[in-house]
Design a protein around this ligand. Sequence first.
Ligand SMILES: NC(=O)c1ccc[n+]([C@@H]2O[C@H](COP(=O)([O-])OP(=O)(O)OC[C@H]3O[C@@H](n4cnc5c(N)ncnc54)[C@H](O)[C@@H]3O)[C@@H](O)[C@H]2O)c1
Ligand SMILES: O=C(O)[C@H](O)COP(=O)(O)O
Length: 624
Amino acid sequence: MATCSSKTALLPRISLSNLSSTSRSTTSLIPFSNSSYSSKSLKLSNSRSSSIIVTNVFKTLDSSDISVSKNRKLEATYADIKPTILVSEKLGEAGLQVLRSVANVDCSYNLSPEELCTKISLCDALIVRSGTKVTREVFEAAKGRLKVVGRAGVGIDNVDLQAATEFGCLVVNAPTANTVAAAEHGIALISSMARNVAQADASMKAGKWERTKYVGVSLVGKTLAVMGFGKVGSEVARRAKGLGMHVVAHDPYAPADRARAIGVDLVSFDEAISTADFISLHMPLTPTTSKILNDENFAKMKKGVRIVNVARGGVIDEDALVRALDSGIVAQAALDVFTVEPPPKDSKLVQHANVTVTPHLGASTKEAQEGVAIEIAEAVVGALGGELAATAVNAPMVPAEVLSELAPYVVLAEKLGRLAVQLVAGGSGIKSVKVVYTSSRDPNDLDTRLLRAMITKGIIEPISDTFVNLVNADFTAKQKGLRITEERVMVDSSSGSPIDSIQVQIANVDSKFASALSDNGQIIVKGKVKYGIAHLTCLGSFSVDVSLEGSIILCRQVDQPGMIGTVGTILGESNVNVSFMSVGRTGLRKQAIMAIGVDEEPSKETLKKIGEVPAIEEFVFLDL
Ligand SMILES: NC(=O)c1ccc[n+]([C@@H]2O[C@H](COP(=O)([O-])OP(=O)(O)OC[C@H]3O[C@@H](n4cnc5c(N)ncnc54)[C@H](O)[C@@H]3O)[C@@H](O)[C@H]2O)c1
Ligand SMILES: O=C(O)[C@H](O)COP(=O)(O)O
């Protein structure tokens, strides 16, 4: 790690203002920017988990306003313009109320793809269930206004996540509120399939009384293979155990202790499907799971197996299932989900005598729909207010406690990025940036994704018109050919702070302020958080101590008496208010770096006058 030269000495900072950490506010963009919303306070709190409260709709996170609240009481005060939220599928009333308290809510159901694309450019958020396809075209049509897509449920296979990420649009879902409903529906399908409930009901309604035709099979003692041992899968397993079934599960990512706790054996895919009397599917639809039950795998199953699917239709090759039903490998199937929804009216699968179907009802209980509606409404409103959603699907999930702790470092990270890029001659051509974090914590316990995103934002935004947020930071960096590497260095510290210092190094560029270059020719800026305020502590080989607020003029000069007065007078005569000055020098009467904090941007003439002071060797104005 490159460091400030040890030969430099630090002079005490000359504070020209009250720099008390509590009275000052520092602002940083997080996680959304480029919005036209004016700022007012949006306060969210959460009874289930504490949440960050961020003032300023979309635009700025004011670290002085971050607070954590435990009572879920929504008090939202938006200024002149409210955000607009499009709800494109039926959502529970309680969720709509949450949305209406802070936003204009447009409930427009059954939109065609074209109608959705037309409406979306006027919306800041979109809430969908599984019936709306949120395609790349939707994000393109949004023209940058769409900030959040909320999926009122679990499966996000109807949202183009890659496109969302590229457009910097956060996708959040409501992953927990419908778990029990889906599990109960799975159990209902297993039971009704085993006892031919649907077929017998239809037969009686047709005037028949067919007692011998509908003899069923018992569940007790039978083996159930749960494929996908996540939230729904494990609830199905728990209930099936209660019915006296022997339960095995296959899930490459499930922890063994969770299975053990429920009394379930985790087995390989082949063992699960070849030993089961009942197979219940509970995995997401992904490229890996698409058509995972196909001709080849049906051939491995016990003859007379029964299949249940409340996950996603696409995980079964439906034509192969029809063949397996016709050949008798599969005795019965009970399906809630289909590759195409609704399936064609003449679908052989739906019409098959041994198949029981329901129209994607897994999550459709009153209780689940109210729960999902509230869960998604709170997540979307929180995200619009700058809160980092705990259910984000395409951005790092940062727990509220971690965010609270990291907030001042988030400010520091962005400011160091902005500062470093402004020191590059020409401002562009940056190919690689190295970030070094020193911390007393084990490097593995340090989640720096948020900080890296803010450094990226600080570097990219001053030199391009791209807006960067936590969602698209890595993607944008890659797009611009910017390679960001990170190093975490452990240091001894008893401060308890998560981070001791952050250093940003830019290699292979020229600097417009040569003093920012280290001995090995890299631009180096390093900072710390002191009393909650971001400080620049090192520039090139110089130790400095500059509070990173407002704008800064950096001067390298010959260390001699009167410099502070001379420059202060020039600024004063131009009516530029100085907030602080700080001087670091290499040695008595040698070279010094003077950092001057200014509230207003000095005119070109004023800066020229500073440059003309004979002892000043170079200077740069940096807008933070
Ligand atoms: N029918 C409905 O109305 C309804 C309701 C809720 C959920 N769902 C669907 O049910 C599925 C599960 O939901 P969940 O909330 O339990 O999600 P979850 O993320 O909690 O669980 C999914 C599990 O599948 C596992 N998995 C991933 N790839 C796998 C593979 N190749 N083989 C086996 N397991 C694999 C994951 O490790 C995870 O444990 C999702 O597809 C969801 O969309 C449907
Ligand atoms: O993934 C889900 O949450 C379920 O499939 C529910 O989908 P729905 O919201 O369209 O009922």
